[in-house]
Design a protein around this ligand. Sequence first.
Ligand SMILES: C[S@@+](CC[C@H](N)C(=O)[O-])C[C@H]1O[C@@H](n2cnc3c(N)ncnc32)[C@H](O)[C@@H]1O
Length: 264
Amino acid sequence: MSAGFIPVNPADDSGQANSRWWSENADDYLTEYGGVLGEADFIWGPEGLRERDVELLGSPSSLRGASILEIGCGAAQCSRYLATQGLNVTACDLAPGMVEAARVLNAKHSVGFPIDVADARALPYETGAFDVVFTSFGAIDFIDDLADLHREVRRVVRLGGRWVFSCSHPVKWIFADDPESFRVEHSYFDRTPYIERFEDGELEYANFHHTLADHINSLSECGFVIEECVEPEWPAGREVVWGAWGPTRSARVPGTIIISARAA
Ligand SMILES: C[S@@+](CC[C@H](N)C(=O)[O-])C[C@H]1O[C@@H](n2cnc3c(N)ncnc32)[C@H](O)[C@@H]1O
């Protein structure tokens, strides 16, 4: 296997690669991080910021009766939390293995809501079908051109509806992939993705960098107005280590950004 910061080729299909990677690694991922995520809990990232406390999707009363869509849902812990609050939620993810894990957890918790296999760039839903679309670390970091995603979210969210997402903070990209390290290894301005390839050269996994300006400009171009931006701080005493997030570096450098935008 080869890995590193290497341009993807035009022939590479990063959606197909990431779909397979997330399917094949769903069990390992959930074994490693399932305890932090919970099974019916809604956190916005490794800092443990809870939707219950910040209400970035809206207050529970404003969400009553609203149609909510989670994209890149993984095992759909966030949607499961919302469903247990009596809210009307639909979830989807690119990886069939993740969708299967989500369905198993729904059965375990006796919770029922639709969970579909779907690339966030081509959603199988009607135009304007949702009042709120969100993701907690789904899709964004795995998509090269953000406009492909924001345009599709804008299509399925009604005028005035909300699009809220968390993803890697753009600044995190420059640092070594080590939660203890403050070493700067990459240019903030270099969008060359991190990729892994099988021995035969086929793309196995791809992770993309978007600068802050990329996020802002892409949302604006696709018909969204940014209403709020959150950089969750690492809570004192939180010992969780999650990939390159952890108490040493994340206490001083933001690891996560959350953006809330309104469909204009
Ligand atoms: C880090 S998980 C986030 C899910 C969950 N909230 C969590 O924290 O575990 C990333 C998810 O994004 C999904 N994903 C990656 N690319 C996607 C795309 N283009 N469309 C939809 N989902 C995608 C992956 O399959 C994976 O389940």
